[in-house]
Design a protein around this ligand. Structure first.
Ligand code: OOG
Ligand code: MG
Length: 262
């Protein structure tokens, strides 16, 4: 049985309020085991509509669960996407307050800046042709579900745990980089915590971008010039603690930093 518009709205309000008030939720599928993936994406869009009504702007999209490390860490083995809004944008070197989140984690990412609108079902090469620049990024994720545990359906409804992202200031054309194999080193308080390669992201971050555009196409949507796209964590995510200073170095793309107030 399909969900009514009222139920979709009520579930969107639930995840949106949990995010707004940082109050951990019980998984939606605990009460509604029959929720479908398509309905979960509809709930996600309805929750984003609530943010836009509050004055936030849509600034881009993100892919999630695109590396084996992330899939295994979360126990969800299918790539997903989420929406990025203006309230999630953090500047390089910014300090966040741990208390503003439920249980924040950070992960090393590659970001694309779109140089043209694109929709349809492009190949990775075609998707990359619509990109004006590539940079390193740190994503802060914060599941609204208790203990950071969820099913595929639940995490999609919760906008793929999106809560914040920092872009590196060194933005370069993809053609100048060996984008399919850039070394990535994430450190916390000067200690290396995760090392990886952009190859971990669906074998090449451009494949993640093409997969996103193809998934959006199923809903008659696409990407717009100027939007940011995060390709997905290349390694496991790491829990943030008050006082942490996080840096990510990406080969050819410099360093990105984020602090957590203690
Ligand atoms: C879901 C979001 C995944 C990524 O890069 O894999 C994600 C989660 O792990 O909470 O952002
Ligand atoms: Mg991510």
């Amino acid at each position: 049985m399909a969900l009514s518009e009222e139920t979709i709205e009520a579930l969107a309000e639930k995840v949106d309020e949990a995010a707004r008030t940082t109050t951990p939720l019980t998984m939606l599928t605990a009460e509604l085991p029959e929720l479908t993936l398509d309905e979960a994406y509809t709930i996600q869009r309805a929750s984003i509509a609530r943010r836009l009504e509050r004055g936030e702007r849509l600034v881009g999209m993100k892919m999630g669960l695109t590396s084996r490390a992330k899939m295994e860490q979360m126990g969800v083995h299918e790539p997903i996407y989420g929406h990025l809004t203006s309230s999630m944008t953090l500047s390089d070197g910014a300090t966040i307050a741990h208390g503003d989140y439920c249980h924040p984690r950070v992960e090393p990412e590659i970001a694309f800046i779109m140089g043209a609108d694109i929709a349809g079902t492009p190949t990775p090469r075609e998707a990359l042709a619509a990109v004006s620049g590539v940079c390193g990024a740190l994503e802060v994720i914060d599941s609204r579900y208790k203990d950071f545990k969820f099913t595929l359906i639940d995490v999609v409804a919760d906008n793929a745990s999106s809560t914040g992202y920092v872009l590196g200031t060194r933005v370069r054309p993809a053609s100048e980089l060996d984008l399919g194999n850039l070394g990535m080193v994430m450190s916390v308080n000067g200690q290396v915590v995760e090392t990886g390669s952009s190859a971990a992201i669906l074998e090449h971050p451009a494949r993640s971008l093409a997969a996103l555009i193809t998934m959006l196409h199923a809903r008659g949507e696409g990407l717009k010039k100027g939007q940011v796209v995060l390709a997905g964590g290349a390694t496991k995510a790491v829990a943030l603690k008050p006082g942490d200073q996080v840096t990510l170095e990406v080969e050819g793309l410099g360093r990105v930093a984020l602090g957590v107030a203690g």
